[in-house]
Design a protein around this ligand. Sequence first.
Ligand code: GDP
Ligand code: IMO
Ligand code: MG
Length: 454
Amino acid sequence: MERDLQPTSMIVIGGQWGDEGKGKVVDLLSAGVAAAVRFNGGNNAGHTVKFEDRHFALHFIPSGIIHGHVRCYMGAWMVIDPVGVLREIDGLGEQGVDVIGRLALSERATVILPTHRALDGAREAARGAGSIGTTRRGIGPAYQDRAQRRALTTGLLRKPRTFAEHAVRVMEAHNRELGLLYGAEPVDLEAARLELEEAAERLAPLVAEVGPQILGHLSRREPVLFEGAQGVMLDLFQGTYPYVTSSSCLPGAAAVSCGIPVRALGPAVGVMKAYVTRVGGGPFPTELDGATGDHLRKRGNEFGTTTGRPRRCGWFDAAAARYAARVAGLDGIALTKLDVLDDLDEIRVAVRYRGPDGAEYVEPPADLDTLGSLEPVYETLPGWHAETVGTLDAAALPARARAYVEFLERQVGVPVVLVSTGPRREETFILGRSPLAQMLKTLMTGLDQPGQKS
Ligand code: GDP
Ligand code: IMO
Ligand code: MG
């Protein structure tokens, strides 16, 4: 049964292990929205936007910011490094994108301190071979402090001196932990205090209660786009725990983060690559270690936007995608990087897993020991040996590429509504005529308002 679509809002999340191309998709759809909202994570995210010869990497700020008419919001479930956010704002300014005046930051988000970063690094080092492979941006330690109720919230940025003093007290405790538990060097608190106070002075005017502003757009029937970071399989609760991030990457998190009703979110689009990548540790049933994995990494330029680490590459995992679609309630898939498969002779898709006792699994089990004991069951499809880069409509797609997309749709049980065949904004087309496809088309072709610089 088709869900009642809220035509004024839409949520875009990662459907795999992150880096699916969310930045590209959100930027593309932002042509037709009034507001873009990031709701989880921090600068562990790296969202790439490309068009013509322009290239942007967003970490904290919603990818909608590139369109000059879009108002941007950052929700309470985010973790915010004040110095890092300012650096990003200044960097965008240098690239011709004015941020100040168009960005509001929830007063309830969690502050990342320099000592959170140091703790992240020290804990990863202490985990040795069992490390999670975090981005070392302090994400986990900041969320931990939030859960422990000793974190500083962004509302305190409005009082820069008090904020810096509180921050020093929290960092003193962190420094003790760094020394006693990990034998690590303490963070220089005086330098950190000065930097934080200065950052607070500049960020204070951006701090706001974001929920009513977002609902204001919706009540005026102005489209709002919610942008998830990471992906379903990295979700703290529904992902491959403990090899996950420390926030929720699912649509429901956007409502919690912004303090708005779940029904305000609209349909959910899951961005998925035509294959799979993962950065850091943790299970990856369809991982390819040999030449094909290297080919995908090279052709797909699979190196982290945030850390530059090579991404692990593998075949499309329909069992994981089916699971992601179920737990996130995906209404449609935005399939990216189809072009990366262009020169393969054959393409494999894991349609389910099989255990050592012959038992079959159509979704990944939560228990990682069990998951680790399973082998993917593959179906092999013929490659298309033709360039799909920059294909502008479905009719121009090689028949075998089209068959591959339809195979994935059947396996996952969710329609593919958007196909991306290159990193640039313009290298995208909408598939089908469903209400969701129509909505995407409307957003994509939305005329930019005056005042846009890029
Ligand atoms: P995100 O974290 O989901 O926003 O994704 P990232 O930006 O970290 O990684 C996606 C990478 O793939 C970026 O380098 C994009 O420029 C690139 N990309 C996105 N869509 C496509 C596509 O359809 N084809 C190709 N070749 N590259 C793409
Ligand atoms: P975007 O939004 C891919 C991974 C890390 C690590 C785990 C925990 O660009 O898709 P963390 O620093 O969050 O504590 O790391 O999660 N990870 C990502 N992988 N894309 C991301 O973001 C990621 N954010 C975190 O590599 O395995
Ligand atoms: Mg990324």
